[in-house]
Write a protein that binds this ligand. Structure first.
Ligand SMILES: *Cc1c(COP(=O)(O)O)cnc(C)c1O
Length: 223
């Protein structure tokens, strides 16, 4: 069962803000995805490779599939033929492997770099310095990254009720994004995405410059 009224409200809010909704369907059945699809939703996010592959095989081919979970190098090959955007790239090695698998499929795969912004040990991501290191590697060895495009940043705020803290974590990502966008690395039109915000904090994410939100439980119910 999906929450149709929530989808309508969220879609209006995001359209007004110029932001894209990724409906996070992990653990939910294909029938739920079809219900949202029939309302017009086309971007869906999944966290597990096998689950994504199984769903992609049975659902309409014009769905844009986003991989938003922690991706292991040895599993890229299963999603490389069709994935629309990989959100959580957190190492140079992973990025290199994505480019390799994209080349095997004669395509370019769009990715986001996951920036560590939470005040917790449990979330994946890179610190600013690691991101600079990755970008220097890409600039120095462009042939190893010929089949990827870095389209922006992704982040997850701390799981807290403290709104000021969440806002400042999102603001940190937005500031770093602006900094990168102004450097020669990314004077590129496609470096444009800030994937921040989930069911609990998407309003704060929009207020702090987010233009892509990943919302699950608000649309599909709790997991
Ligand atoms: C599950 C998940 C979401 C969606 O979370 P909700 O609280 O259900 O909206 C967003 N982003 C990532 C990375 C997730 O794993």
């Amino acid at each position: 069962m999906i929450h149709k009224a929530n989808w309508e409200q969220l879609t209006n809010e995001l359209n007004a803000a110029g932001a894209t909704l990724i409906a996070v369907s992990k653990t939910k059945p294909a029938t739920d995805i079809m219900e949202l699809y029939q309302l017009g939703q086309r971007h869906f996010g999944e966290n597990y490779v096998q689950e994504l592959v199984d769903k992609q095989a049975v659902l309409p081919s014009d769905i844009h599939w986003h991989f938003i979970g922690h991706l292991q190098s040895n599993k890229i090959k299963y999603i490389a033929p069709f994935v629309h955007l990989i959100h959580a790239v957190d190492s140079t090695k992973l990025l290199q492997e994505i480019s390799k698998q994209a080349a095997k499929n004669n395509r370019t795969i769009d990715v986001l770099l996951q920036m560590y912004i939470a005040d917790e040990d449990t979330k994946f991501g890179m610190e600013e310095a690691e991101i600079f290191g990755l970008l220097e590697h890409v600039a120095a060895q462009p042939e190893q990254f010929a089949n990827i495009r870095i389209c922006g940043l992704m982040g997850m705020a701390s799981n807290t009720d403290n709104e000021a803290q969440i806002r400042s974590e999102f603001a940190r990502l937005n500031n770093f994004f602006q900094h990168l966008a102004e450097t020669t690395f990314f004077a590129k039109p496609y470096f444009a995405l800030k994937s921040i915000g989930m069911s609990a904090d998407y309003k704060l994410a929009l207020a702090e410059g987010g233009n892509m939100v990943r919302v699950g439980s608000m649309l599909f119910g709790s997991r």
